[in-house]
Ligand binder design. Structure first.
Ligand code: FMN
Length: 199
């Protein structure tokens, strides 16, 4: 009886520790504020009200940031179309890889890992943080830094258009985050960008 209960408790614990993949809704590719209005509103924001991001908005944000807008090319340019940048996402319930081709989030680990992001006054109330990871097998660090700038600006413009807040962050815990995301020695985090709801 005791053994059976222990096995049951163990299987519950295993299930709880397995984060679930998320199939994102198809992204909306029209709408938003006018381009000039959006550029005029672009700014860094560091103070957020704690709130989960609705599923459609999350889908749109990730597609804008680094999704595919043609069969084999993305919303951001990369040198020689190397596409060396991939996005990882920290939500309140876990860490995910954004599979841009499938437009889905692949679960990596379940739990709240915001501590690894650093700058807690900014990260803790954000709805999510996007982690930009370069694959140096595909391109150079110099190109990866430039590509990350395009991704970052797309996120800034999406946030401005949606009345959300965001800030590019060059200060974060590279080692802790790399371990959490199981990155290889050739994968380097370039920028972290929280996105949240404004006060
Ligand atoms: C490469 C880069 C790294 C940055 N790192 C940080 C950071 O670690 N923390 C932070 O609060 N802001 C960071 N920022 C945001 C800048 O402080 C901000 O863009 C600048 O003050 C100008 O403000 P604005 O974006 O509202 O125009 C970074 C910006 C860039 C482009």
């Amino acid at each position: 009886m005791k053994k059976g209960f222990l096995l049951f408790a163990l299987s519950c614990l295993v299930a709880m520790s397995q984060a679930q993949d998320v199939n994102l809704l198809p992204p909306q590719k029209t709408g938003g504020k006018s381009f000039l209005e959006t550029v005029n509103l672009r700014r860094s924001e560091r103070s957020f009200v704690k709130k989960a991001m609705p599923a459609q908005q999350l889908s749109n944000l990730l597609w804008v940031a680094n999704g595919f807008n043609r069969d084999d090319k993305r919303t951001v340019p990369t040198a020689m179309n190397r596409q060396e940048m991939e996005l990882y996402v920290l939500l309140d319930d876990g860490a995910y890889f954004y599979d841009a081709k499938q437009h889905s989030l692949k679960a990596i680990a379940k739990g709240n890992f915001k501590e690894a992001l650093g700058q807690p006054d900014v990260s803790n109330n954000a709805a999510l943080s996007i982690i930009m990871v370069a694959d140096l097998n595909k391109s150079s660090i110099e190109s990866a830094r430039i590509s990350s700038g395009f991704i970052s600006q797309n996120i800034y413009l999406f946030a401005a258009s949606e009345d959300l807040g965001t800030v590019a962050r060059g200060s974060f815990k590279q080692d802790e985050l790399s371990k959490l995301l199981s990155l290889t020695g050739k994968q380097v985090i370039i920028l972290v960008q929280p996105v949240g709801f404004l006060q």
